[in-house]
Design a binder for this molecule. Structure first.
Ligand code: NAD
Length: 503
C-alpha cells in the first residue's frame, strides 16, 4: 500500500531522457527484501504532471530515433545483450533480492530475458516487408513496417527482469520510443536495465522509466502522445487497461491472470510427473502465470500421485534466498500476500477439500515464508479450483477419464497454459487439440514459450489481438504501409522490349 513513509531506505530514481532524477512525489511505496522482511528502497508514486513529462521526453526523442537505420538500432541491442551477459550474476542476485525467488530461478529469468534482446537483434530481417511486382498490369505492390510511436509497458511483480524485456527491446528496435512503468513492488531490476541501456549507447529519451500506481497508469492510458500499451498483470487490471487504452485510441496487448491445469493420465511416468508437477506448482513459490495450479488426476493415478506429491514437496528446503544457493523454494512477495495464500487452505477445508500437505509452518526470521501445500478431493466448483491463488498451493481434482479432464478446462474462465502427462500419443493429441488454453505442454510442466514464439494466452488470460514475443510482437509495435506503384513509359521507352524478350 502507498505510504508517506519517512524510512531512510534509498529512493528509486526516475529516468526521463538521459537524466536520472529524484522524483518530487510526496507519495511512496516500499520495496521489500522478501527473504528478510526488511524495506530496502522507497519507490516514488509519481503524480500526473511528472508522468506526463516523461511521456513528453519519449515523444521528443521519436523523430530522430524512428529515422535511425534499423541496422544501427540493432547494433545498440547487440551491445546491450553483451552488457547484460557481463552482469549476469549481479542481475540474478538483484532479482532474488527484491523478488525472493531462488538464485537458480533468477538466473533462468535473466537468461529468458536476455533471449528477448537476442531476438530483437534480428530486427533488420524481422522488419522486412512484402513485395509483388506486376500485381496488375505495370503495377507493383509493396508493404513496409513503420513504428507506431511512443509505447508504454506496465509490468507485474513476478518477473522483475524478464517481463520488461518482453516489451521494450522489440519496441525500441522497431523505431519506437518507450516508457516503462515497472511494478512498484520490484522497481530495482528495471532501473538496472535502464542503466545498462544508457551504457549501451541508446540516445536520450528513447527509453524512460516512471514509477507509480493507478494515478500514473491512468496518465499513460489516456495521454494523446502514447500510441501503444503492453500490459502484464492480473486479469481485473488487464481488462481495465485494455478497455481504457482502446477507448482512448491506443493499441493494447494486455496479458492477465491464470489458472493452469496439469492432467495426469494413468499411463504417465509417475516419478517424472511428480517432479514436473512440483516444479510447476512450487517454482517461484507458485508466483508464475504459467504455474500449474490444478492437477487433474485421471482414474487410478490419483492416490499414488497425491502420495508422491506430498513426499516430494514435503521435503523441499524452504527458506530465505538472498545470497543463498541451496534452497528449493523462497518466500512470497509480501506478508499480506502470504496471508491471502494461506487463507485459501481454510477456504478449501470449509468447502470440503482435504489438506494433504500443509505449508503453514513457523519459519525462523521475518521473511515471507510459506511451504508447499497439496489440497486433495477438490471439486471444480470450489474457490480453490476457480480462483488464481498465485502461491505454492496445488489442488488435486479426481476425474474418471480424459473427456472429464477436458470438461474441467472448458469450464475455466482463464486459458493461459495446460499440460498433459501421458505415454499415449492419442491422449496427447486429443488434449493438444481440444484443451481450452493457448499454451499446451505434453510431458512438460511449464509450457512457457521462449522469445521466438508468441505468449498465446486465451480467454480471460489475454485481452487484445497480437501477443507478446515472437513475430506477433514485431507486428504489435509496427504499422504497415502498402504502396502501389505504376510508372508510365515515355514515348521513347515504350519501344523498349523487356529483357527476357531480347534474349
Ligand atoms: P497487478 O495487476 O496487481 O499489477 C500489474 C501492474 O499493474 C503493476 O505495474 C501495477 O502497478 C499496475 N496496477 C495495479 N493496480 C492498478 C490499477 N488499479 N490501475 C492501474 N494500474 C494498476 O499484478 P501483480 O500482482 O503485480 O502480478 C501478478 C499477476 O500478473 C498475476 O495475476 C499473474 O498471473 C499475472 N501475470 C500474467 C502473465 C501473463 O503472461 N499472462 C505473466 C506474469 C504475470
Amino acid at each position: 500500500m502507498p505510504t508517506a513513509t519517512t524510512s531512510a531506505a534509498p529512493l528509486v530514481p526516475v529516468l526521463q531522457g538521459f537524466a536520472w532524477h529524484v522524483s518530487p512525489s510526496t507519495r511512496f511505496g516500499e520495496v521489500f527484501n522478501p527473504s528478510t522482511g526488511q524495506v530496502i528502497a522507497r519507490v516514488p508514486l509519481c503524480a500526473a504532471e511528472e508522468t506526463a513529462a516523461v511521456v513528453e521526453a519519449a515523444a521528443a526523442a521519436l523523430p530522430a530515433w524512428s529515422e535511425t537505420p534499423a541496422v544501427e538500432r540493432a547494433r545498440i541491442m547487440f551491445r546491450y545483450r553483451d552488457l547484460v551477459a557481463a552482469h549476469f550474476d549481479e542481475l540474478a542476485a538483484l532479482v532474488t533480492r527484491e523478488h525472493g525467488k531462488t538464485l537458480p530461478e533468477s538466473r533462468a529469468e535473466v537468461q529468458r530475458g536476455m533471449e528477448m534482446i537476442e531476438y530483437a537483434c534480428g530486427v533488420p530481417s524481422l522488419l522486412m516487408g512484402d513485395t509483388l511486382p506486376n500485381i496488375a498490369a505495370s503495377v507493383d505492390a509493396e508493404t513496409v513496417r513503420h513504428p507506431v510511436g511512443v509505447c508504454v509497458g506496465i509490468t507485474p511483480y513476478n518477473f522483475p527482469f524478464m517481463v520488461p524485456l518482453w516489451m521494450f527491446p522489440v519496441a525500441i528496435v522497431c523505431g519506437n520510443t518507450f516508457v516503462l512503468k515497472p511494478s512498484e513492488k520490484v522497481p530495482l531490476s528495471s532501473v538496472r536495465l535502464g542503466e545498462l541501456l544508457v551504457e549501451a549507447g541508446l540516445p536520450s529519451g528513447v527509453f524512460n522509466i516512471v514509477h507509480g500506481d493507478k494515478t500514473c497508469v491512468d496518465v499513460l492510458l489516456t495521454h494523446p502522445k502514447v500510441a501503444a500499451i503492453s500490459f502484464v498483470g492480473s486479469t481485473a487490471i488487464a481488462k481495465y487497461i485494455y478497455e481504457t487504452g482502446t477507448k482512448n485510441g491506443k493499441r493494447v496487448q494486455a496479458a492477465g491472470g491464470a489458472k493452469n491445469h496439469l492432467i495426469i493420465m494413468p499411463d504417465a511416468d509417475l516419478d517424472q510427473s511428480v517432479k514436473a508437477l512440483s516444479a510447476s506448482a512450487y517454482g517461484c513459490a507458485g508466483q508464475r502465470c504459467m504455474a500449474g495450479s490444478v492437477a487433474v488426476a485421471v482414474g487410478n493415478v490419483a492416490d499414488p500421485l497425491v502420495g508422491g506429491l506430498c513426499d516430494h514437496a514435503g521435503n523441499f528446503r524452504v527458506g530465505p534466498t538472498d545470497g543463498v544457493d541451496n534452497v528449493d523454494m523462497g518466500p512470497v512477495i509480501r506478508r499480506e500476500h502470504l496471508e491471502r495464500v494461506a487463507g485459501y487452505l481454510d477456504i478449501a477445508t470449509s468447502e470440503g477439500a482435504r489438506v494433504a500437505l500443509d505449508g503453514r509452518r513457523d519459519f525462523a526470521g521475518d521473511g515471507f515464508l510459506l511451504g508447499p501445500s497439496v489440497l486433495d478431493q477438490v471439486e471444480p466448483s470450489m474457490r480453490v479450483a476457480r480462483e488464481e491463488i498465485f502461491g505454492p498451493v496445488l489442488s488435486v481434482i479426481r476425474v474418471n477419464d480424459l473427456e472429464s479432464a477436458l470438461e474441467v478446462g472448458r469450464k475455466c474462465p482463464y486459458g493461459n497454459g495446460a499440460s498433459i502427462f501421458t505415454s499415449s500419443g492419442y491422449a496427447a493429441r486429443e488434449f493438444k487439440r481440444h484443451f481450452n488454453a493457448g499454451m499446451i505442454g505434453v510431458n512438460v510442466g511449464v509450457p512457457a514459450p521462449m522469445a521466438w514464439f508468441p505468449f498465446t494466452g486465451w480467454n480471460q488470460s489475454f485481452f487484445g489481438d497480437l501477443h507478446i514475443q515472437g513475430t506477433e510482437s514485431v507486428h504489435f509495435y509496427t504499422r504497415q504501409k502498402m504502396t502501389l506503384t505504376r510508372w508510365f513509359a515515355s514515348a521513347e521507352e515504350s519501344h523498349h522490349d523487356p529483357v527476357w524478350k531480347t534474349k
